[in-house]
Structures are given as structure tokens and as C-alpha cells.
Design a protein around this ligand. Structure first.
Ligand SMILES: [Mg+2]
Length: 281
């Protein structure tokens, strides 16, 4: 794609959806160019939303974290798996009795969505087992959820991610690892809510009133951000900074689905400033 075509493509993007972890920040540090790119998009009057598979923290907690990095974002601009898993279940099945493994914020969000969340170990009737990133996950919880699912409860998981990069790039086990234990124990497949499934993309667009035909997703994880956004019908910018971590070192040329490949968020700011012609693949 020539620079000129890319410039036109970029100028036509009215709604920008960003992944957070690994795209806007890593650990407690903002990614290079993150603040400037967001400022440039804001100044250009673009809609911005953030979509994260994070199923441990609320949007308010994530907004505070971003604020500490000098990035000012409203909780209402952040779509999290933490808060949207309960809404996903309610939209499809109504308010249910849930056996849940997850953080305090995850369980609070399930209750906020109208579900009845049982206390861990409660032997009452369970409509569905739900898994988020649970730092206090135990064998006892696995046993409880396994028995609920084996007795006929549905199984939902906030995302299928195996790990996310933590401080120093060390892998932090994610929700998908816990869901996989349940799938193995019950021989049932979980229903996943987060990226690459289309639900969070659609929720973010609905929230900001952006049309899908003029929206783009920017993310570092090819398998969730790019594949998912593409399937949802969005334009995609893959932040293939080092093609490491989330992408297992797979070179950009072997991942042909992204509409654009960028090496840094600085390229977005430069492209806007110069009319798009600086954005190179
Ligand atoms: Mg990411």
C-alpha cells in the first residue's frame, strides 16, 4: 500500500479502538508515542475507545492506572472483559445463578449486571460457571466449578488468553489457562467473551456511536486484536513493535491480514501531523 493510499485510509478513520496491555502500556510504563498519538487523535476530533481482555480490573481501576502514566481516559471509554462478561451472559440468558472464579472487581461486575453470584463452595443450584482472572484460584474452586458444570451448568470465560506480559516481560497466567483446566476436567468447551470474539468490539462501537465502516482497531496481539477486529469488519493496525511476546516472534510478512503494520504508536501521530504519508509498512 502506498503512502498516499494509506494517508487517505487513515484520514477516513473516524473511530479508533485501542488495545491496552502491550499497546498503550507495558507493566507500569506507557508505550513510546502513546500519549502523543492519543492527543493527536483527540485534537483531530476522532472518537477513541479502549478494549481490553483484562478480566481482573474494572474500567475505573484501569483509568487510574493510565492517569498515573499521564494518560487521561474516562472509565466510560474503556470496555473491559471484567465488566462485559456479566452483560454478555445477561443479554443471552437473562440474570442467572453463577458460580464464579475471579477478582473482587469481576464478581462485583457480575452482581452489577444483575446476576446472583454464589459464595465459593455453595452447593446450591448453579446456572453457569464463570471464570475471570482469579489471583486466588485454588484446587477447591476448580473442584466446585467442575462439579457445577458436570451437573449441567453452562461454562463462560472472560477470555481465552493463555498469558499476558507482566513486569520485565515475564508471563502472567491469564483467564484462558484457568478455563482450560475446567474444560479438561469437564470435557466441555467454554463460551468465551473477550477478543478475538466480536462482542467487545461491537460494544465499544455502540458505546461511542462509531460506524464499523470508518473504525480501526490498533493492537499488539495478532491472534486477538487483529484477527478478531478483522472478523468483526474493522480496519486493523497491528503494532508489531518487536513481533515478540504476544506474537511468538512471527514476522509481520507471515501475518498478512492486518491492513497496516506499525512499529510504534509514534507513527500514528506522525501520520496525522503529516497527512498520513509518513506511515510506512
Ligand atoms: Mg495487548
Amino acid at each position: 500500500m502506498s503512502g498516499e493510499i494509506k494517508a487517505r485510509a487513515l484520514s477516513g478513520i473516524r473511530t479508533w479502538l485501542f488495545d491496552l496491555d502491550g499497546t498503550l502500556y507495558r507493566g507500569g510504563e506507557p508505550m513510546p508515542g502513546a500519549r502523543k498519538a492519543l492527543k493527536a487523535l483527540e485534537s483531530a476530533g476522532r472518537r477513541i475507545q479502549f478494549i481490553t481482555n483484562n478480566s481482573r480490573h474494572s474500567a475505573a481501576e484501569i483509568a487510574s492506572k493510565l492517569s498515573r502514566m499521564g494518560i487521561q481516559v474516562l472509565p466510560s471509554e474503556i470496555v473491559t472483559a471484567t465488566e462485559y462478561t456479566g452483560l454478555y451472559i445477561r443479554e443471552r440468558h437473562g440474570c442467572l445463578k453463577l458460580a464464579a472464579a475471579g477478582s473482587d472487581a469481576f464478581v462485583a461486575a457480575l452482581r452489577e449486571a444483575g446476576h446472583h453470584v454464589l459464595e465459593p463452595g455453595d452447593k446450591g443450584m448453579v446456572d453457569a460457571a464463570v471464570v475471570g482472572l482469579d489471583p486466588a484460584f485454588t484446587y477447591k474452586k476448580l473442584e466446585w466449578l467442575t462439579q457445577a458444570v458436570s451437573a449441567g451448568a453452562m461454562l463462560f470465560a472472560a477470555n481465552a488468553d493463555a498469558c499476558h506480559p507482566g513486569e520485565g516481560g515475564h508471563p502472567v497466567p491469564e483467564t484462558g489457562a484457568l478455563a482450560a483446566a475446567l474444560e479438561t476436567a469437564t470435557k466441555k468447551k467454554a463460551i468465551y467473551v473477550g477478543k478475538p470474539e466480536p462482542y467487545l468490539f461491537h460494544c465499544a462501537l455502540e458505546r461511542c456511536g462509531g460506524g464499523i465502516e470508518s473504525a480501526a482497531m490498533v493492537g499488539d496481539n495478532y491472534d486477538t486484536d487483529i484477527t478478531g477486529a478483522k472478523q468483526a469488519g474493522l480496519c486493523t493496525l497491528w503494532l508489531a513493535m518487536s513481533a515478540g511476546d504476544a506474537n511468538q516472534g512471527i514476522p509481520a510478512e507471515e501475518r498478512p491480514m492486518a491492513d497496516m503494520v506499525i512499529r510504534s504508536l509514534t507513527e500514528i501521530e506522525q501520520a496525522l501531523r503529516h497527512g498520513g504519508d509518513k506511515l510506512e509498512v
